[in-house]
Write a protein that binds this ligand. Structure first.
Ligand code: SF4
Length: 368
């Protein structure tokens, strides 16, 4: 292992925490939320990093705290502005929850993130993991963090082969982690074990022969690294078929289009998109125009087909979306529930999914 200076035989005399912290102090990445005592910044970083790799999250973190430098500016912002700042990062519930949580903290705690587990856990979007992270990183309180990286390290270290997705396995891992945890250095210990999981004991094939724990790790010494963590119920991926219609109106020389706010309980809630017709199968463009869903919106209007994109495949964690963009010309304006007429030069103010943003950028449309 690179950048590691403790002689292997000394490992027998050292605790898990001592070995880990030695490694961490030499190998840790220099990240802005590690060098601040600002609890608000720490909270923002933790929410961003929940389902995002550090490399991707860093620029969003900087942008977010630039746009909302404190909890009051976040609480007072519009939801559209918050989602716009988050645009492209995915898992938008995190942004909506954080916005609601900021209002809650301002209202109930005078803008100060509580330093008590029982209070912080009541805040919107803060679960057991985030509570432990904020309390340890921000207030140096002794709460061990058990995120995906830590679960992988602990389950391998103790060779725990139980289904990692089950609550009883989590209880077991928590007990094991408690035994390893360094109460005197909660922030450093948590950062260290998460960093070790992210950088070294990775999913797939880690470099065990050079690992700092190679003498102590049960999964390695028993040859079970590839079987752990054990997750037989990996989430099924569902397929969806999105047909976005981009209407241009003849009469107005195409200076506007239509957007619809996604309000249902689904991906990208409260973000905006072109009129969407979702089918349960792939369709030819010809059949798409004949579909009852299309006719329901555009009957009574004269529709002229302009062009259609190729199928664009967009992967989310549990869904695979096959999307097409269909450009049409219509003769008169649409008056349909939920449709918002948006001027082309105002389009950029609306938060849209990465799927739409990327298409428009690639096609050089709407000045994105
Ligand atoms: S020996 Fe391998 S499996 Fe065990 S902690 Fe190290 S990297 Fe992870």
């Amino acid at each position: 292992m690179a950048n590691y200076i403790i002689l292997p035989f000394l490992h027998y005399l050292m605790s898990f925490s001592e070995i880990l912290l030695n490694w961490y102090y030499i190998n840790k990445r220099d990240l802005p939320w590690r060098s601040t005592n600002n609890i608000y910044f720490i909270w923002v970083s933790e929410i961003i990093l929940q389902q995002t790799r550090v490399e991707q999250g860093l620029s969003y973190y900087n942008k977010f705290i630039k746009n909302f430098p404190d909890i009051f500016s976040l609480a007072n912002a519009s939801e559209e502005n918050v989602l716009k700042t988050w645009q492209g990062l995915g898992y938008y519930t995190r942004a909506r929850n954080m916005h609601a949580a900021a209002k809650q903290i301002v209202e109930d705690h005078n803008g100060i993130i509580p330093a008590s587990y029982n209070e912080i856990i009541k805040i919107r979007g803060i679960g057991k993991y985030t509570a432990a992270a904020i309390l340890s990183f921000g207030y140096n309180l002794p709460y061990p963090v058990l995120d995906g990286n830590v679960k992988r390290v602990v389950s391998r270290y103790f060779a725990i082969k139980n289904d990692i997705s089950l609550p009883e396995t989590e209880i077991k891992l928590r007990k094991k982690l408690d035994a390893l945890f360094d109460k005197n250095k909660p922030a450093d210990f948590n950062q260290a074990i998460m960093e070790f999981g992210a950088l070294y004991c990775k999913p797939g094939i880690p470099d065990c022969t050079n690992c700092i724990f190679k003498e102590k790790c049960k999964a390695f010494t028993e040859g079970k690294v590839m079987e752990i963590p054990f997750n037989p119920s990996k989430t099924k991926i569902s397929q969806r078929f999105f047909y976005y219609v981009i209407p241009q109106c003849d009469k107005t020389k195409t200076t506007f289009t239509y957007l619809v706010k996604r309000e249902k309980k689904d991906i990208w809630k409260n973000m905006f998109e072109f009129p969407l017709i979702e089918l349960d199968h792939d369709s030819t463009i010809e059949n798409f125009f004949k579909s009852s869903e299309f006719k329901k919106i555009f009957s009574g209007n004269s529709v002229k087909f302009i062009s259609a994109s190729q199928v664009i495949v967009h992967k989310l964690s549990h869904q695979l979306i096959r999307a097409r963009y269909i450009h049409i010309k219509i003769q008169k304006e649409i008056n349909y529930p939920g449709f918002i007429k948006v001027l082309n030069n105002e389009f950029k103010n609306y938060p849209v999914s990465r799927l739409i943003e990327k298409y428009l950028k690639d096609e050089n449309l709407f000045n994105l």
